[in-house]
Design a protein around this ligand. Structure first.
Ligand SMILES: [Zn+2]
Length: 197
């Protein structure tokens, strides 16, 4: 097992973990640190497979041990994956996924994903998510958004992105609250089930 030691620089950590995970050093893992060394930038380009993310974060977590620096994860940003990563010690996220999937018509809600390109939403007068405070949900229906996607109106991409970003911020606020009040496992289980459908 690779063990970071005092004085390791980013490249050393990356090389060590890349060897540990049996990958070429340029494939998926790279580490950086801020100038003052306070932030540990962990890994990138793992999106797509929760199994792969989980396995990699387990290896990274073991390798970093009790290193107390903030752990910053790039390229992972779906609702269930936030819980998988936080459970394994990640503190910060940086990912294009909420807006990328929004532009394809995939809207995130507290009850799971909606694909607004699906014809069944053309007659659905509900907001995307009844619990959401965003301007899209406060102003427009699923039917209107579904129409915009079908017409390839650029407004569809803006309204969908606005919703997914608001939802993501609210989800992470609830996640932080759940860590403080001991309901992280319950909240994570609810999101995992909603997004397994
Ligand atoms: Zn919304």
């Amino acid at each position: 097992m690779y063990t970071p030691v005092a004085g390791d620089d980013a490249a050393d950590v990356a090389a060590g973990l890349a060897a540990e995970i049996n990958k070429p050093a340029n494939a998926a893992l790279h580490f950086k640190a801020t100038a003052d060394g306070s932030t540990l930038l962990i890994l990138d380009t793992l999106a797509g497979s929760t199994t792969k993310i989980t396995a990699t974060l387990d290896i990274v977590g073991d390798a970093l041990g009790d290193d107390r620096r903030v752990r910053y994860l790039m390229g992972v940003g779906s609702p269930p994956d936030f819980f998988t990563a936080v459970e394994r010690g990640i503190d910060l996220f940086d990912c294009v996924l909420p807006t990328r999937v929004a532009r394809n018509g995939q809207l995130w809600t507290w009850d799971g994903r909606l694909n607004l390109r699906n014809a069944r939403f053309l007659d659905d007068d509900q907001p995307v998510d009844t619990r959401c405070r965003c301007e899209t949900c406060q102003t427009f229906s699923r039917a209107y958004l579904a129409h915009l996607f079908r017409a390839e109106e650029l407004l569809a991409y803006r309204l969908a992105s606005l919703h997914n970003l608001t939802f993501t911020l609210d989800l992470l606020a609830e996640l932080r609250t759940s860590l403080a009040n001991g309901t992280f496992v319950d909240l994570g289980g609810r999101i995992m089930r909603a997004y397994a459908r």
